[in-house]
Structures are given as structure tokens and as C-alpha cells.
Design a protein around this ligand. Sequence first.
Ligand SMILES: NC(=O)c1ccc[n+]([C@@H]2O[C@H](COP(=O)([O-])OP(=O)(O)OC[C@H]3O[C@@H](n4cnc5c(N)ncnc54)[C@H](OP(=O)(O)O)[C@@H]3O)[C@@H](O)[C@H]2O)c1
Length: 199
Amino acid sequence: MRLLLIGATGTIGSIVHEELKEDAEIITAGIDQADLLVDMTSTESITQMYKQTGTVDAVINTAGIEHYGLLQEMTPEQNQIAVQSKLLGQINLVLLGMDTLSDNGSFTLTTGILMDDPIVKGASAAMANGGIRAFVQTAALELPRGLRINHVSPSILEASVEKNGAMFQGFEPVSAKRVGLAYRKSIMGAQTGKGFYVY
Ligand SMILES: NC(=O)c1ccc[n+]([C@@H]2O[C@H](COP(=O)([O-])OP(=O)(O)OC[C@H]3O[C@@H](n4cnc5c(N)ncnc54)[C@H](OP(=O)(O)O)[C@@H]3O)[C@@H](O)[C@H]2O)c1
């Protein structure tokens, strides 16, 4: 099995790499330090990446950034960060990547708990998560050749508590193992149009 993992150097990307490295050949992609360099906010860059991968059996995206800030202070430009990256970036990886997948291959995108369990300063991130969830469940109806698409929605990871824990008061951090298994289920399983919630 050949996998393309975008965002491989990040917290979640490293977990997915560790979970699957014994079972698959993994091509890593990212904005820095990866087999293939890609900027997910650029359709030209995504197209260039896919030209270099050859056929793969799964595309997994764990990359994406968003602005965290108070609603009354948030500018349209700050909101655009998540729109361009986590929302449109992930959607464009699907729109431009279908021909790169083998028959019955899969896309796995990344959302997050903030669309279901809101926090102050989380509106922009929640917006992107909810958009991806809606896209995934609808795109699954139309994907050709048995292609599948799912998203994984983690709560805050144990590994991210030191950096972001103050914003997530009362949330139970989730282990790397549980998050890795959710991606494994999406990639190796048979379900499509689903969210795998690690809450
Ligand atoms: N960590 C958590 O607790 C958690 C929980 C729920 C959901 N999430 C979501 O999961 C996603 C990843 O989170 P994370 O904690 O793993 O983030 P992270 O550690 O910051 O990693 C993000 C990865 O994306 C890459 N990247 C950033 N901008 C990019 C671009 N324009 N094109 C291509 N790659 C780009 C980064 O590369 P560089 O490092 O080189 O910039 C990095 O490899 C985010 O959408 C986040 O909201 C995270």
C-alpha cells in the first residue's frame, strides 16, 4: 500500500506516520522537510505535488492552520487563514487528487472537536471543521471508482496540552494511540462519508 501523507512533520502527522509505517510505503509531503514540498493554500502547488506522487492508495491530510481569536476582534483576513488552509486547502486536495488515487482508494481529512464543543476564540477553526465535515459526507456520494472519503476529528491531543491546553479547559486530552487508530480505520477500513471522532 502506498500512502501520501500531507503534514507529516506535524503533531498529528507524526502520529499517523508512526501508526502506519510498518504497513505501508509512506510518501511525506509538507511545506518544509518532506519527500515532496507542497503549500496546501496553492492549487498550483497541489497540482505539482500530485504530478510527482504516481498512483497512491490513500491521501491523508493532517496539515492546516487556523487563527484563534476573539470574535469581536477577528478580522476577515484572520478568518481567511483557516478558509485558505484547513477548509479550501483540504477540499482542493480532494478536487485535484481523485485521479491520483487507485481504484477503491481513500481520502482522509482532519477536522477537530471545536465544531461540536465550542470554546471562546474558536469560531474560525470551528467554521473550517464544520465545512469539511459537510463536504466529506456529500462528496462521498459522488466519488468515482469506489473511492472513499472520511475525516478524523480529534479532541486536544495529550501532546498539544502544553502549547494549547489553556484554551481547552475541562477537555480530556486524547492519546496518540487513539488518534492514530482513527486514521488507520479510515484508511484501512471500508467506511465512507464518515467522521471518526476521538473525543
Ligand atoms: N493537535 C491537536 O490537539 C489537534 C486536535 C484536533 C484537531 N487538530 C487539527 O489537526 C490539524 C493539524 O494539527 P497539528 O497539531 O498536527 O498541527 P502542527 O503540529 O502545527 O502541524 C501542522 C503541519 O501542517 C504543515 N503545514 C502548515 N501549513 C501548511 C501549508 N500551507 N501547506 C502544507 N503543509 C502545511 C506544517 O508544516 P510546518 O511545521 O513546516 O509549518 C505541519 O507539518 C490542524 O488542522 C488542527 O486544527 C489538532
